[in-house]
Design a protein around this ligand. Structure first.
Ligand SMILES: Nc1ncnc2c1ncn2[C@@H]1O[C@H](COP(=O)(O)OP(=O)(O)OP(=O)(O)O)[C@@H](O)[C@H]1O
Ligand SMILES: [Mg+2]
Length: 643
């Protein structure tokens, strides 16, 4: 949907408010246009020494007109300008909703600051167009038309033409400058986006900036961005500010001729003194909108520029649109899997209750996962990050993924969550091609603990419930106990109501990880993915949490990504990845028996001097220095693997 369409829909929805507003505007403009005429009549009545009662009648009309203008103006402004506030809110909500539907790749390619600029500045510019821009144009046009008609009909046509002679010149200049104003305003908005991006980046990265003593450099950069914004604004001002004075000069010149010719007409008795005064007042009334025409054009052009900028965002396809186009013409490819045997336990009851909360049984995924010859390259890049991945995980099994940093572990999780598109025929869940499963349904069924453990600036409780107030307190307590973070939470003065982040308590890395784990566990998902989620906890806590997770994973599919062997060694299936490929796979015992990378890692992490068996390549024997470095980086934490 385009911004223009959204605005039209809004106008249709609020048509009565606009209609009544315009009626009041019309009445108001008509009264405004009559006032000069009344002033003219009063002048004539005075010069002709008419009885006081006649003069009082017109004076009364004048006062009533002024009161009418005040009342009607208030009403139309309240209705039309008030509407623009609703419009702003409506448009922003539409943009926000659209942003929520966009694929993650959109966020990889767009800066946060830019997006904030769209949501704040551009929408404000459109609001101004619908408030000041629209009303000033309507008011100006109506007042001018009525005034000109009255000037021609009741005073003098030649005088009117003379007074309005500069209008074509002004219109010509406006048409010429219109495009320039729009372009220059676009540059102003872009400059604002850079400032917004810089502020946002600096605030979120303040710890790194301080740690590297980068404050001065950042300040210099920021001043540079500020200056750029001033420059772009000055360029815009040079064009738009010139419009008002140019208009005034043109009309000033014509005013001189009007005075001369008009006085002559009065002297010759062609028009009365009252008409002359009325005409003069009309020029004042007409000049109001004409002088502010520069501002009106500027606001209008800014609105157009912003609406075009918004269109670039609205034009980005949402995830579901992409999904529909991907599915068009492609039938559901279904693989046959052996049906896993389901075991009854009390956790099943929890799944059932989760199902009752929105997932029908049909919606519940069982958790068989298969990758077949999967290759993957991130959109907009050329490097293949996953190569020929073949993997089968039965329902209820746990998979451990190990591998050097950057080998593609998180990418695998991203693809299972459908955060990126894959071709049909490579990833199957419960035998169904992932492209034929709706992303909402899929994600509802996956508990994901992301590597970056992002928490919102709200209470711990809300972070765990994820704003869905459907869980009982004892469920929250249970999830946090399983994630090993319950004791930490109740030690905070406000317990579960403790606010996380900017406005409250700063959680340690390990606490954040465990709150994220609780957030995933509370769903009792059929598929649980932990992406390096225990890296920041000590080995004893890790053991405890893994024990609890094992309990949750009975009958559920688990994927545990880690750099530590100790985290994954109990999984039914373990894969070791390298540069996007699975280079080893099997159980812990099988992999140890192979005496290759997994074995080496195990040895290096247990820090136990074990004699390498014949032919086995020990960590120290790895020739490639890059590999050595990578292996070392995986040793962080040296977990106790021999439990
Ligand atoms: N959004 C992205 N766009 C382009 N390339 C990406 C993107 N995300 C990751 N990559 C690249 O894909 C490769 C695999 O990244 P991935 O995050 O899957 O590694 P990982 O195994 O999870 O690493 P780590 O152990 O450090 O978490 C890396 O080379 C990385 O640079
Ligand atoms: Mg990762």
């Amino acid at each position: 949907m385009r911004a223009k369409q959204i605005l039209l829909d809004f106008a249709k929805e609020h048509k009565w408010r606009y209609f009544i507003g315009f009626i009041f505007l019309l009445v108001n403009s008509s009264i405004t246009s009559l006032i000069p005429k009344i002033i003219g009549i009063i002048t004539d009545s005075l010069t002709e020494a008419k009885p006081a009662s006649v003069i009082y009648k017109y004076v009364f009309l004048l006062v009533a007109g002024a009161i009418g203008v005040f009342v009607f103006r208030f009403i139309w402004r309240y209705l039309i300008i008030g509407n623009s506030r609703y419009l702003e809110c409506h448009l922003r909500a539409k943009l926000f909703k659209h942003l929520q539907t966009l694929p993650v790749n959109f966020y990889n390619n767009n800066k946060t600051g830019d997006l904030v600029a769209y949501a704040i500045n551009d929408i404000q510019a459109i609001r101004r167009t619908f408030a000041f821009g629209l009303t000033a144009i309507l008011d100006g046009v109506i007042v001018n038309i009525i005034s000109i008609i009255l000037m021609v009909k009741t005073i003098n046509p030649i005088l009117t033409v003379m007074a309005l002679a500069p209008a074509p010149v002004i219109i010509f200049i406006l048409v010429k400058l219109r495009k320039k104003i729009r372009e220059r305003f676009g540059a102003v908005q872009k400059a604002f986006a850079s400032i917004s991006e810089k502020v946002q980046e600096n605030i979120s990265g303040i710890r790194v900036i301080k740690a590297f003593a980068q404050e001065e450099e950042e300040m210099e950069d920021f001043i540079g961005y500020g200056k750029k914004r001033v420059d772009t604004h000055m360029k815009l001002t040079r064009v738009s500010a010139a419009l008002g004075p140019v208009t005034q000069i043109c009309f000033g010149v014509s005013f001189v001729f009007f005075i001369m010719y008009g006085s002559d007409l009065v002297a010759k008795g062609v028009i009365s003194l009252g008409d002359y005064v009325a005409f003069n007042t009309y020029i004042g009334v007409i000049m109001g909108p004409i002088v502010s025409i520069g501002k009106i054009v500027e606001v209008w052009q800014q609105g157009i520029a912003s609406s075009k900028r918004l269109d670039t965002i609205f034009a980005v396809k949402s995830e579901s649109d992409i999904q529909i186009s991907a599915q068009e013409g492609l039938g559901a490819s279904v693989l046959n899997f052996q049906t896993g045997e389901g075991k009854e336990n009390d956790l099943e009851a929890n799944v059932a209750s989760t199902s009752d909360r929105g997932n029908s049984t049909e919606d519940t995924i069982k958790g068989r996962i298969e990758f077949i010859g999967l290759n993957f390259t991130y959109p907009g890049t050329t490097k293949r990050v996953l190569k020929d991945i073949n993997l089968k995980l039965e329902e209820g099994q746990t998979l451990g993924i190990l591998g050097k940093t950057g080998c593609g572990k998180t990418t695998l999780a991203n693809l299972l969550l459908k955060l990126y598109e894959v071709d049909n025929g490579h990833i199957f869940i419960d035998g169904k091609d992932i492209n034929n499963i709706h992303s909402d349904r899929l994600r509802e069924n996956i508990g994901y603990v992301p590597q970056d453990n992002f928490l919102f600036s709200t209470s711990i409780k809300e972070n765990i419930e994820f704003f869905r107030h459907i869980y009982h307190d004892d469920e929250i307590t249970r999830a946090t106990k399983m994630a090993g973070v319950y004791d930490d939470i109740i030690a905070f003065p406000d317990g579960f109501d403790t606010i996380v982040g900017e406005r409250g308590v700063t959680l340690s890395g390990g606490q954040k990880q465990r709150v994220s784990i609780a957030r995933a566990l509370i769903k009792y998902p059929p598929i649980l993915i932990l992406d390096d989620s225990l890296s920041a906890v000590d080995t004893k806590t890790e053991e405890e949490i893994l024990g609890n997770i094992k309990e949750v994973l009975v009958n559920r599919t688990g994927i545990i990504i880690s750099h530590r062997v100790s985290t994954v060694m109990h999984a039914e299936q373990i894969i070791f990845m390298d540069k996007g490929r699975i280079i080893e796979s099997g159980t812990h015992d099988e992999l140890m028996g192979m005496k290759r990378k997994y074995y080496e890692l195990y040895i290096s992490q247990t820090e136990k001097p074990v004699e390498p068996a014949n032919g086995a390549q020990s960590f120290e024997n790895i020739e490639n220095t890059e590999e050595k470095y990578q292996m070392k980086s995986m040793q962080g934490g040296a977990a106790s693997a021999n439990r």
